[in-house]
Write a protein that binds this ligand. Structure first.
Ligand SMILES: C[S@@+](CC[C@H](N)C(=O)[O-])C[C@H]1O[C@@H](n2cnc3c(N)ncnc32)[C@H](O)[C@@H]1O
Length: 283
């Protein structure tokens, strides 16, 4: 069979499985399993594919059709141009997270480096590594508690040659005091923020992601409470806090930060016009 015929076969598998973007996912799977890029696919009628490769990509398409995330099947995903390994046990980096990173960078642009930055709840290292690419002379700490996520974080630091990112395996709810007050120019975080009761209602793909990466406690705000009460004081005077938030959390998160001395609060929306990031400054 040709790559094009297999593409059509797996696209139909994905359509019957109710996958949102069957054409895109079929192309990604073909590229990953057959090594055919999007352009080659269009002119690949004559190219014969071995049975073993065909069976492997069909197997993957069936898994995807059953609701398993494409990113876990591919084993890597890109965030802000950074190639990151991902696997079960690690949150898949989302494009929405770029909102928080960009807002943090906009505030850093008004300051002089080199910066000391900490990324709390770093997961795959998406945020820390994106910042590392923009600020090669910054000193970036990436804190993550999960065993699996921590090992993927370390792998991604190495894979991207980010010698200015230091991974620490710590519980951010209890470890703040290993850093002296006034340590950082910026604290950035995309913490778990889904209310526990909503975890079961999430889209089927998200159900494959680790609950530890999503569960923000009864009202989804546990990590923001900890960041406001334990971490804000770790910022230097004029330091920046940048947090990704759930779409209905801007009021509560702003209040928590304001009660802990953060000023200049700003809420930024994502491309879907939903509140997605809160930033502020410590005076
Ligand atoms: C929403 S994910 C964000 C991952 C990554 N920053 C991103 O944007 O793709 C939250 C991360 O927090 C980690 N985490 C959960 N509880 C933690 C804790 N108490 N201390 C440190 N990390 C924690 C999870 O393992 C997960 O990797």
């Amino acid at each position: 069979m040709t790559a094009k015929e297999i593409y059509l076969e797996i696209r139909d598998i994905l359509i019957s499985g109710g996958v949102d973007s069957p054409e895109n996912d079929a192309r990604e799977l073909i590229a990953r399993f057959l090594g055919e890029n999007r352009m080659a696919l269009a002119s690949a009628e004559a190219h014969d594919v071995s049975d073993s490769k065909r069976l492997a990509v069909i197997e993957a398409a069936k898994k995807r059709a059953g609701g398993y995330p494409l990113q876990y099947i591919l084993g890597s995903w890109s965030f802000m141009g950074i190639d990151l390994d991902v696997c079960e046990g690690v949150l898949i980096p989302r494009d929405d997270t770029e909102v928080c990173v960009r807002e943090c960078m906009a505030l850093l642009a008004k300051r002089h480096g080199p910066f000391r930055i900490i990324d709390l709840c770093s997961g795959s290292g998406a945020i820390a590594l994106a910042l590392s690419a923009y600020y090669p002379d910054a000193e970036i700490t990436a804190a993550e508690l999960s065993e699996t996520a921590f090992s993927v974080l370390c792998r991604n630091i190495e894979k991207n040659g980010a010698s200015n990112v230091r991974a620490v395996k710590e519980d951010i709810l209890t470890c703040a005091d290993i850093f002296p007050d006034g340590s950082f120019d910026a604290i950035i975080s995309n913490p778990p923020y889904i209310p526990s009761s909503e975890l079961q209602t999430l889209q089927r793909e998200v159900q494959s992601e680790p609950a530890m990466a999503l569960d923000g406690g009864a009202d989804g705000l546990d990590f923001y409470r900890a960041i406001a009460s334990l971490w804000v004081r770790k910022l230097k005077q004029g330091g920046i806090i940048a947090l990704e938030i759930g779409e209905e959390q801007s009021g509560s998160v702003c209040e928590l930060l304001e009660n802990n001395g953060v000023t200049g609060l700003r809420v930024t929306k994502d491309l879907g016009f939903l509140d997605r990031a809160v930033t502020g400054i410590v005076q």
